[in-house]
Design a protein around this ligand. Structure first.
Ligand code: HDD
Length: 708
């Protein structure tokens, strides 16, 4: 049998990639043919002022390569950021699956993760209101396993047949290619308003989940119900969850829009810097396991990707942790060329008949043919399995493997019958023996018709500020729609979710409520019925609220990796700076000194400090909190700085913690802040840092807004 060169579970993917990595330190420049180059600044000419000679193969090679540097960007999820890391299992799932990386707690499995937005092009802003892709490639000793999920546990549509329509509707409109990376336009809402199955998903997309504070502070979900299969061939349904160790946090919508202008790489930079600084992002992997006998137990169909399984019904069991600990060496080679596919399975994990998943199984490999140029994309270093590949696939564009021998077919005798098949007991993949006994239809199960039950459950589970943000997001997005009929249809849809929400949005759009809500159906919906009858239903859910769906209850108190702005100017109180520096470092947070210029600042006690940034090159929206140290001269100088006043006003408006020394009144009075939660003006740094740990004080939004 062909032997793998890898040691199960132990081989480092990083070591594997090193074989393909070059480092030009102390090296001499060469052509692509390995010829040493003597002059890389001048083309070959006929005399000093003469024409360039066609024979200049060095020039031609360089320009030709440059001309072909770009490849088609991903049709969706074009904008992304990636990182390497490891997955460590701490609880075996042996009872449910034979997937070795989910059974053997002594293993560390290398991973590559790519986070992305969906709608925008490669260069678009990180802070678009959008779903975030959360794709993880596990380089397991049994082959690559890809969990290609999102930061939202449900999807817009139920059937892959509608995916191109969905994406065409959200992408910039075809006549003028406007707007970039935004769903707030006619075609998206036209489609959504005609597709009631998308209602649950748009509730999430209009929530703060769609504007995360950091990629490190968002959940990930496998979305579909998958299947685990154990060594006895028994199956269980499973939903995968990634839970961020730093908690789930978001920014305000006004802030997101401003970040898009001030630093459109905000998320990419945040991820990169955290890893460079050794603050490795971590997520716990959780599973919800549903026995096959419970397939029809709930008010929703497990195969319907517009539904989630509430954690209150089936708890999430934490089984391991993923740590991202290395930035890519080269963005293009790794983050751009990585390819994921939900079809990349290992023994012990299998598909279900979710019709969205079934379509995805085709799309991902197919799309690489035009994106990566041929069928050998699995040979690109970041896509390679840690196992050596032996099969009879041959040739094609950019074949990197040199397959020895005469036989490239099976069965063969000339090649000694190699490569051999693997028995299931030896790790050969066998599909789950699901019983299928059906007639072909082009239609949907009646059990997929509840389009409003979970949309309402999601809304009802949100805190008051979160509900307000959803109302505001719908009002914003729909007010950008120019077609009155589309706005009306969407208000009608919202009526079926929550009357108060619909009324609010209708009010903002200047519309009456035109339609009554559809009645709520009691109990589980039958699985049979006319497959052509798509009239939407609202089914009473098994629970009325699911606290796990709200971010309000997410972990608080962690300020590690948070960035606090400190406004400094000549005369700043140095004792405060020292105390702040000590206290923030002890909790793993960072401070950045912001001054009117990049010139050295003299503190009140005559020390010289170097500011990190200036009031004119950075912005309040890029920081988690602000502190204003005292010192009479400094306070008077800041009070005369409109940018400093604006900085604090904006921190107030975005509900962030504000701290100040006792003697800063002359400055603070110039700002529009009001007393309240999260505003500490007596110099109590401990209390200030506690406030930073609360993330945001959204209650502030109900009061008067600061003019920022
Ligand atoms: Fe998809 C990329 C996630 C439905 C077709 N998808 C892509 C990526 C993520 C997802 C995270 C980016 C991977 C990367 O970083 O390279 N997609 C999802 C989720 C879905 C989903 C969670 C629903 C549950 N996707 C979906 C459907 C289809 C596709 C129904 C087509 C039938 N998706 C693609 C694609 C992409 C892709 C066109 C674009 C580039 C690529 O695959 O490599 O094949």
């Amino acid at each position: 049998m062909a032997k793998s060169t890898s040691t199960p579970g132990k081989k480092s993917k990083s070591a594997d990639l090193l074989k393909f990595t070059t480092d030009a330190t102390n090296a001499t420049i060469t052509t692509d043919q390995g010829l040493k180059i003597n002059d890389d600044h001048n083309s070959l000419k006929a005399g000093e002022r003469g024409g360039t000679l066609l024979e200049d193969m060095i020039l031609r090679e360089k320009i030709t390569h440059f001309d072909h540097e770009r490849i088609p960007e991903r049709i969706v999820h074009a904008r992304g950021s990636g990182a390497h890391g490891i997955f460590k299992l701490n609880r075996s799932l042996k009872e449910f699956t034979k997937a070795a990386f989910l059974c053997d707690t002594s293993r560390e499995t290398p991973v590559f993760v790519r986070f992305s937005t969906v709608a925008g092009s490669r260069g678009s802003t990180d802070l678009a209101r959008d779903v975030r892709g959360f794709a993880v490639k596990f380089y397991t000793a049994e082959g690559n396993y890809d969990l290609v999920g999102n930061n939202i546990p449900v999807f817009f549509i139920q059937d892959a047949m509608k995916f191109p329509d969905l994406i065409h509707s959200v992408k910039p409109e075809p006549d003028n290619e406007i707007p970039q990376a935004a769903s707030a336009h006619d075609t998206f809402w036209d489609f959504i308003s005609l597709m009631p199955e998308s209602t649950h998903m748009v509730m999430w997309v209009m929530s703060d989940r769609a504007i995360p504070r950091s990629l490190r502070m968002m959940e990930g979900f496998g979305v579909h119900t998958f299947r685990l299969v154990n060594d006895k061939g028994q199956g269980s349904f499973v939903k995968f969850h990634w839970k961020p160790v730093l908690g789930i946090h978001s920014v305000a919508w006004d802030e997101a829009q401003k970040i898009s202008g001030k630093d459109s790489d905000f998320h990419r930079r945040d991820l990169w810097e955290a890893i460079e600084e050794g603050n490795y992002p971590e997520w716990e992997l959780g599973v919800q396991i549903i026995p096959e006998k419970d397939e029809h137990k709930y008010a929703f169909d497990l195969l319907d990707p517009t539904k989630l399984v509430p954690e209150e019904l089936v708890p999430v069991q934490i089984i391991g942790k993923m740590t991202l600990n290395r930035n890519p060496d080269n963005f293009f080679a790794e983050t751009e060329q990585v390819m994921f596919s939900p079809a990349h399975l290992v023994p012990g994990i299998d598909f279900t008949n979710d019709p969205l998943l079934q379509g995805r199984l085709f799309s991902y490999t197919d799309t690489q043919l035009s994106r990566l140029g041929g069928p050998n994309f699995h040979q690109i270093p970041v896509n390679r399995s840690v196992n050596t590949i032996y099969n009879n696939q041959r040739d094609g564009h950019m074949q990197m493997q040199i397959n020895k021998g005469k036989s490239s077919y099976s069965p063969n005798s000339i090649g000694g019958g190699c490569p051999f098949l693997a028995k299931a007991a030896e790790g050969g993949f066998t599909s789950y023996a699901e019983r299928i006994d059906a007639r072909k239809i082009r239609g949907r199960s009646k059990s997929f018709r509840d389009h409003f039950g979970q949309a309402a459950l999601f809304y009802d589970s949100q805190s008051e500020p979160e509900q307000q943000h959803i109302k505001d997001a719908f009002s914003f997005e729909l007010s950008k729609v120019t077609a009155p009929a589309v706005r009306e249809r969407m208000v009608n849809t919202l009526t079926n979710v929550n009357l108060e929400l619909a009324k609010y949005v209708a009010g903002k759009l200047g519309l009456p409520l035109l339609q009554k809500a559809i009645p709520v159906e009691n109990g589980a919906i039958p699985a049979d019925g006319n497959p052509k009858d798509y009239a939407p239903l609202k089914v009473k859910q098994d629970i009325e609220q699911s606290p796990a769906l709200s971010m309000a209850g997410s972990k608080k108190g962690i300020i590690a990796t948070r960035c606090i702005a400190v406004l400094v100017v000549n005369g700043t109180n140095a004792a405060t700076l020292r105390e702040l520096q000590k206290a923030t470092a002890a909790k793993g947070a960072k401070i950045k000194l912001i001054a009117p210029t990049l010139g050295v600042v003299k503190t009140a006690d005559g020390k010289q400090i170097q500011p990190d940034e200036t009031l004119f090159n950075t912005a309040s929206v890029l920081f988690d909190a602000v502190y204003i140290p005292g010192g009479k001269m400094a306070v008077d100088a800041l009070a005369a700085e409109p940018d400093a006043i604006h900085f604090v006003n904006e921190q107030f408006r975005h509900c962030k913690a504000i701290g100040a020394d006792k003697d800063t009144a002359a400055f603070m009075e110039k700002t529009s802040y009001h007393d309240g939660e999260g505003i500490i003006t007596d110099g109590n740094i401990k209390q200030f840092l506690n406030a930073v740990g609360q993330h945001r004080f959204w209650e502030r939004e109900t009061g008067r807004k600061a003019p920022a």
